[in-house]
Design a binder for this molecule. Structure first.
Ligand SMILES: Cc1cc2nc3c(=O)[nH]c(=O)nc-3n(C[C@H](O)[C@H](O)[C@H](O)COP(=O)(O)O)c2cc1C
Ligand code: SF4
Length: 440
């Protein structure tokens, strides 16, 4: 098996949404084997594989699973929750996994449930993913019909389309029927999660990798990628690139290889100006970083993150102020409002960026923007605040001259020719909050 085909393996040749086709490529054989192994033996394979979570934070999955209390250590039932909310801008890999290899996700759920002694699995799927929902539902019916569920129940739960419900504790609140707002941690979900019971939460891609890890062994998996970033990832490539899409590649592949070899490079004679390497919430890279390997460690060295694996290419037609405005609008709209720095700070960022773009900003407001970012960073209840502040601060930091040019010229130097022109969320017009002008 090619290293670059673990999660999506076989999907190019067969319709793996059908259980018979999935069985033809060895599907569900590993579930039988796993159930014949003790839960600890399965857990040991996950620990050896050293797979880091694919949802964004990159926490080692085996370690998180081993925090779940063992039978007899906690009186409450144990839950497994799959995060299929996928709302980080630029990210569309989980939907491809659900569309093309739903049984691999279900098999991963059943093996993981066995490893942590759980009989209750929830898949929390983004509300807009109707087709994916139908496909998973049909696959679940097939798995039921084939008698594969054992004593495990898998509940497929549709969200209502809120980015914050991808944050694990907000997801749990939402699943319990409450407003989707984050909880304070600790306690962590592994100890007190869904219904105050031990809960393992993992991303779709993480769980869909489990069958291959158990089939071939944790050591086999750990052999691929790099020491700090094992295995493969399904990278979502988008932006100003010829062949955007999902590419499952070994970790350690460079940005250059992904963008030019797999993505066909940029259209026309366009040049790379910036690269967002892990979804809209991470600090940006510049064209000089094109040879950076797609690994957790290399991105950390560059002051950014691999995040959700969404690589967004930004070419020389793009106004960085407009990009900042677009990103800040998203976070302002999605802030749940529970804590002040995020609720108020994201609005401030939007207002200042709007003034800069329109040529109404005073010189001091550029530093005020960085100050607002600084007052959000590390001061919020959940990482959404950081996710808003970090990218904006990085745009100013790395493209300050462009921000300055807006102030000097009294408007956007792209003069209506930026590729992001008029690509703005409707929140400016339809916000329910009164518009508050930033003090000069
Ligand atoms: C604002 C916010 C949104 C998030 N959205 C998602 C999401 O859509 N999907 C996801 O898997 N993780 C998302 N996460 C990360 C989850 O909180 C959590 O770390 C993840 O589901 C754990 O799974 P993993 O260890 O397999 O990555 C989000 C985090 C934050 C702070
Ligand atoms: S950081 Fe933002 S999204 Fe997170 S709890 Fe605070 S207000 Fe809500």
């Amino acid at each position: 098996m090619a290293a670059s085909e673990i999660v999506l393996a076989g999907a190019a040749d067969r319709d793996l949404t059908q259980i018979d086709a999935y069985r033809e490529v060895g599907g569900y054989a590993t579930l039988d084997r796993a159930r014949g192994m003790g839960p600890q033996a399965v857990l040991d394979e996950l620990l050896t594989a050293d797979i880091k979570g694919r949802g964004g934070a990159g926490f080692p999955m085996g370690r998180k699973a081993s925090f779940i209390p063992k039978p007899g250590q906690n009186p409450n039932p144990t839950y497994l929750t799959v995060n299929a909310d996928e709302s980080e801008p630029g990210t569309f890999k989980d939907r491809e996994i659900m569309l093309r290899v739903p049984h691999r996700l279900i098999e991963g759920c059943l093996i993981t449930a066995h490893a942590i002694g759980s009989r209750n699995v929830f898949i929390y799927i983004r509300g807009e993913y109707l087709r994916e929902f139908e496909i998973i539902r049909a696959a679940l019916e097939q798995a039921h019909g084939a008698g594969l569920m054992g004593d495990v129940t898998i509940v497929l739960h549709r969200g209502a389309g809120a980015y914050i419900c991808g944050e694990e504790t907000a997801l749990l609140e939402s699943l319990e029927g409450e407003r989707g707002q984050p909880r304070t941690k600790p306690p962590f979900p592994a100890i007190a999660g869904l219904y105050a019971s031990p809960t393992l939460i993992n991303n779709v891609e993480t769980i869909a990798t489990v069958p291959a890890i158990v089939e071939h062994g944790g050591a086999w998996y750990a052999d691929q990628g790099t020491e700090g970033s094992r295995g493969t990832r399904v990278f979502s490539l988008s932006g100003n690139v010829r062949r955007g899409g999902n590419y499952e590649l070994e970790l350690g592949t460079t940005l250059r290889d992904l963008i030019y070899h797999h993505g066909g490079g940029l259209p026309g004679s366009r040049r790379i100006k910036a690269i967002i390497p892990g979804g809209s919430s991470v600090p940006v890279l510049t064209a000089d970083d094109i040879d950076t390997p797609l690994t957790f460690e290399a991105m950390a060295d560059k002051g950014t993150f691999l995040g959700s694996g969404a690589v967004i290419v930004i070419d020389d037609r793009c106004c960085m102020v407009q990009l900042g405005l677009r990103v800040a609008q998203f976070y302002m709209h999605e802030s749940c409002g529970k804590c002040t720095p995020c609720r108020e700070g994201t609005r401030w960022m939007v207002q200042i960026l709007r003034k800069i773009e329109d040529g109404r900003a005073e010189q001091a407001e550029l530093d005020l923007l960085l100050d607002v970012c600084d007052r959000i960073l590390g001061k919020c209840l959940c990482p959404l605040g950081d996710a808003a502040a970090m990218p904006i601060a990085s745009y100013v930091d790395k493209f300050r001259a462009e921000f300055q040019a807006h102030i000097d010229a009294g408007g956007c130097p792209y003069k209506g020719e930026s590729s992001l022109e008029r690509v703005f969320a409707p929140v400016d017009q339809h916000t329910h909050h009164p518009t508050v002008e930033v003090p000069a």
